[in-house]
Write a protein that binds this ligand. Sequence first.
Ligand SMILES: O=P(O)(O)OC[C@H]1O[C@](O)(CO)[C@@H](O)[C@@H]1O
Length: 244
Amino acid sequence: MKLYRAKDYNDMSRKAANIISAQIIMKPSCVLGLATGSSPIGTYKQLIEWYNKGDLDFSQVKTANLDEYKGLTRDNDQSYYYFMRENLFRHVNIDEANTNIPNGMEPDANKEAARYEEIIKSLGGVDLQLLGLGHNGHIGFNEPSDIFPKDTHIVDLQESTIEANKRFFASIDEVPRQAYTMGIGTIMRAKKILLIVSGAEKADILYDVICGPVTSKVPASILQLHPDVTIVADEAALSKLENI
Ligand SMILES: O=P(O)(O)OC[C@H]1O[C@](O)(CO)[C@@H](O)[C@@H]1O
């Protein structure tokens, strides 16, 4: 694992955007695995800024998002489809046909999981997977459990995740209870992984991810076994890792 220390959220976002930009410049037709949540918003803003300056071209880039809430339509402002459109896609020259997000409205979970896994395969796999870190150690929506789920699947969200994400909804009752997510195997098959972490409330879990045992109780700890992981974390998130 390579670990880069950022001063704060903005510095983390700039460093992460630099790594993604380098990927796009070195392979214009790359496949980016993308994430939602608060963590990547600054990274996407920075990429948009560089695109507007003429420094980046997304015309050949393909994307596959990690996850999507089950039961939210694309025009629901809390769907991850909506999030990606508002926070990145509509601001750059990416072809919508080249963007992929699980279909939260597909009622047949097995069918949607198989379809999404097949799409990632047909893209030739993910070149660079961007990840945020859940407070309970989840990546995508792979919650702590007894196993590392292999492929894309449907998941029951844990109370702590529902609690953490209720800030985006009018009330906790509106937070979906299920989501489609890439599996841990899907994520681990990415050629490179970029994990971004910000804030003191992630310090304990980031310590477990980097220094703790590899365990499905802390899903992101599996990243210790990936050959090409870069972590960009700010000082607050790294506060339990002073000696590293
Ligand atoms: O960046 P946040 O908002 O802390 O969320 C962390 C992770 O949780 C999710 O939002 C899912 O709950 C992921 O998409 C994200 O990477």
